[in-house]
Design a protein around this ligand. Sequence first.
Ligand SMILES: [Zn+2]
Length: 391
Amino acid sequence: MNLPHTMKFEFTTATRILFGTGRLNEIGGLAKSLGKRALVITGRNPQRAERFLGLLTQQGVATAVFRVVGEPEIDTVLAGIEHAKQNTCDMVISVGGGSVIDAGKAIAGMLNNEGELLDYLEIIGKGKPMERVSAPFIAIPTTAGTGSEVTRNSVLASRQHKVKVSLRSPFLLPSVALVDPELTYDLPQPITASTGLDALTQLIEPYVSCRSNPLTDAISLDGLRRAARSLQIAYEQGSNAPAARQDMAMASLCGGLALANAGLGAVHGFAGPIGGMFPAPHGAVCAALLSPVIRINLKALRERQPGNPAVDRYENVARLLTNEPNAKADATIEWIENLVRDFQIPQLRAYGIRPEDIDDLVSKAGNSSSMKANPIVLTLVELRKVLESAL
Ligand SMILES: [Zn+2]
């Protein structure tokens, strides 16, 4: 048997990953080992961080708090850098959802790199590579979805340009990703739904991606198994389902590990430009696009590349999600559509997207970096069809 021997990949992640219920209690000692004064970034609800701040001061770590409400804009990051400098912070800790963690990555990165934030941004800036490792950064997710604690990009919105752009660098990977499922117990239902569906998307897209590798495959499959058995339970039982919450925290982490090393696909190719132009929650946008993308990908693969391994991979996904050993690839579509209906995820027109926006979104999505990892190159007609059926 002639096995191919040309496998080539890189796998990069946070320096340390600490996972487990109750591990937030370790934050004081961890922070102390990395610095003296922490910029603590929180979300909408800073009271939730009070116990957290106590754990830091007990260990003699001084804190300055910075709030990030909603998705971070370039100005948010600039204000955060200023606040960190004024308070002579030597490390950054983010406790919150993907937005809070993304803001923390950018602030920690810019504390140690010369020049302006815009110099380092893709598309609207100079896209200059970062030269120095970030200030020590601890990422603590409080949602189960984005996996941002183990990815190397920070998504920032530019209000002026009406786009979302990434700051990208291996230096942005957190020093510590601390994943404590207990922090997700009291997430409200709509957030459990949208972030959970983002996690599911971020497990399926890297698994069928043309850049997948054996490590990301193993991780995607483990995450998919967990999301399949636990997403609905976490949604329905909320704070009474610690095992399901643990599964979803792990599924989200797996999604982050997989996407950072294997890329994503057409769902995220669209979600980027949509998020830049319309005020829509990322996870819900991904959820609305997921089954239309799988339907078009499968059709295109069967018509043009029937031997492409992604077809079998979609079948594996179907078997994991439905728990039916003989399920066919298309069963994935139905499973997702049922879940999206149960979770009351609206079609995209609910966010103000109209048919006349399709051309613009298709051309932006076609050029996005996520689109390049889609298992097959989709035509403009196919991309239109995806958006039309998600509207
Ligand atoms: Zn996502």
